[in-house]
Ligand binder design. Structure first.
Ligand SMILES: CC(=O)N[C@@H](CCC[C@H](N)C(=O)O)C(=O)O
Length: 375
C-alpha cells in the first residue's frame, strides 16, 4: 500500500472542527519532524502548519495548500478506519488533501528543487475560515509565496481525472443565520400567540423566490437552508425559530441582490407575523479565481506529460473555498481531483477511491519539479 494511503486513513480517524485541529496538527508535526531536517523549516500558526523546503538556488516560492478540518457529520461509511470522533467526519476530503501534501513534502524534503517550496496546512476551511487570517499572519508573510496551488477531491470524476478551468472556479459564499422571536403559548390558543414555526416556514418558502425572480438567470446563485430549529413540544406554540443556510453566487453583484432581498423579506415577516428578527451572515468567502496563464500552463503541462490523466475543462461550481483568499493575493489555481464515489462531498457515506492519492502525487511531483527548476 502507498504509505500516504495509510497516512490518509490515520488522519481520517481524527477529524476535528475548524481551529480545533489539535490532534491533526500534532499528527502532522510528528510526521514532519521525522523528515530530514536539513532541508526544511517549520512554523506553526494556530492549529495550522507551514513547512518550507529550502530551494537550492531560490528565486521564488511555490506553495501547495491543504485544508485540515472535518465536518459535524456522523460517519456512515463501511471503513474499518472510520472516525473515532463521534459526530465528526472527514467528509470533504481534507484527509486526502493533507496526505497528498505530506507525500509531496516527503519527496521534496529528500530532493529539493531550485526554488523554495512551501507546504501550507490550513485550518478551518469549512468555517469560520482559516485562509484569510493565515494570509495576514506574520508567519505566512515571512514566507509569502509567489505562486500557490491546491486541489480538491471530486466524487463526480473517475480516478485519473484532473478538471479545472481558467478564471472563476468556485462561487462567492455567505453563511446565513436568521433568528425569529415572537410570542409562544398553548397550541389550542393560537390567537394569543405569534407562532415562530409558521413565521420561519413562510420565510423559507419566500426565500426560494429570490433566485427564481430576482437574479439574472445567466448569473447563477443558490440559497440553501440546511437547518431549522424551533419549538419544544408538539402542543406548544414556539416562541423562537432559527433558520441556518448558505448563499452562493458567481458574481458579487448577485450576492448583494440576494442579501438585499433577504433583508426585505425578513422585514415583511416581522410585520406580517408580529415578531422580531435578526440576520447574521456568519463567514463569507470570496470566489476562487484561477489565474488564467498559470492554469493554462498547468493544463498544457498535464496534457503533454501525463497521457494517462484525463484532463477536463469543467464548469464553475457553486461550492465555496476560502482558498479564494489566497488566490486574491497570490497568483495560482485550484483543480478537481477525481475520486469516483457515488456519494457527494459532505455526505456521511463519502468513500473516495484512494488510488487518487498516487495519481495526484505523480502529477504534482513532476509539475513542481518542472516549475521549481531552472534550465
Ligand atoms: C468545498 C466545500 O464544500 N466548501 C464549503 C465551504 C463552506 C463555506 C461556509 N461555511 C458556508 O457554508 O457558506 C462549502 O460548503 O461549499
Amino acid at each position: 500500500m502507498n504509505p500516504f494511503v495509510q497516512i490518509r486513513r490515520e488522519l481520517h480517524q481524527i477529524p476535528e472542527l475548524g481551529f480545533e485541529e489539535h490532534k491533526t496538527q500534532a499528527y502532522l508535526l510528528s510526521y514532519i519532524q521525522g523528515l530530514p531536517q536539513e532541508n526544511i523549516e517549520i512554523q506553526t500558526w494556530r492549529t495550522g502548519i507551514l513547512v518550507r523546503v529550502k530551494g537550492r538556488n531560490p528565486q521564488k516560492t511555490i506553495a501547495y495548500r491543504a485544508d485540515m478540518d472535518g465536518l459535524p457529520i456522523e460517519e456512515e461509511t463501511s471503513y474499518s478506519f472510520a472516525s473515532k470522533h463521534p459526530g465528526m467526519m472527514h467528509a470533504c476530503g481534507h484527509d486526502l488533501h493533507m496526505a497528498i501534501g505530506l507525500g509531496l513534502l516527503t519527496h521534496f524534503a529528500h530532493s529539493p528543487v531550485d526554488d523554495h517550496l512551501l507546504f501550507i496546512f490550513q485550518p478551518a476551511e469549512e468555517g469560520p475560515g482559516g485562509a484569510q487570517p493565515m494570509l495576514e499572519s506574520e508567519e505566512l508573510c515571512a514566507w509569502k509565496p509567489d505562486m500557490i496551488l491546491a486541489l480538491h477531491i471530486a466524487p463526480q470524476y473517475p480516478v485519473g481525472t484532473i478538471a479545472t478551468r481558467e478564471a472563476v472556479f468556485f462561487a462567492n459564499t455567505s453563511e446565513l443565520f436568521v433568528d425569529f422571536k415572537g410570542k409562544g403559548g398553548h397550541a389550542a390558543y393560537p390567537h394569543l400567540t405569534h407562532d415562530m414555526v409558521v413565521a420561519a416556514s413562510h420565510f423559507v418558502t419566500q426565500l426560494q423566490s429570490i433566485v427564481a425572480r430576482n437574479i439574472n438567470p445567466l448569473d447563477s446563485a443558490v440559497v440553501t437552508v440546511g437547518k431549522i430549529e424551533s419549538g419544544t413540544k408538539q402542543n406548544i406554540i414556539a416562541e423562537k425559530a432559527r433558520v441556518e443556510g448558505t448563499i452562493r453566487t458567481l458574481s458579487m453583484e448577485s450576492m448583494a441582490v440576494v442579501k438585499e432581498r433577504i433583508e426585505a423579506l425578513v422585514k415583511g415577516i416581522e410585520t406580517g407575523f408580529q415578531c422580531e428578527a435578526e440576520i447574521d451572515y456568519g463567514c463569507n468567502y470570496c470566489q476562487v479565481y484561477n489565474d488564467v496563464p498559470l492554469t493554462r500552463e498547468f493544463m498544457d503541462y498535464v496534457e503533454k506529460n501525463h497521457a494517462k490523466i484525463q484532463l477536463l475543462t469543467c464548469p464553475e461550481t457553486m461550492a465555496g473555498e476560502d482558498f479564494g483568499y489566497f488566490l486574491r493575493d497570490i497568483p495560482g489555481f485550484m483543480f478537481w481531483l477525481g475520486v469516483d464515489t457515488p456519494y457527494g462531498l459532505h455526505h456521511s457515506k463519502l468513500e473516495p477511491q484512494e488510488e487518487a492519492i498516487e495519481s495526484a502525487l505523480q502529477v504534482m511531483t513532476n509539475y513542481l519539479e518542472w516549475k521549481g527548476t531552472r534550465e
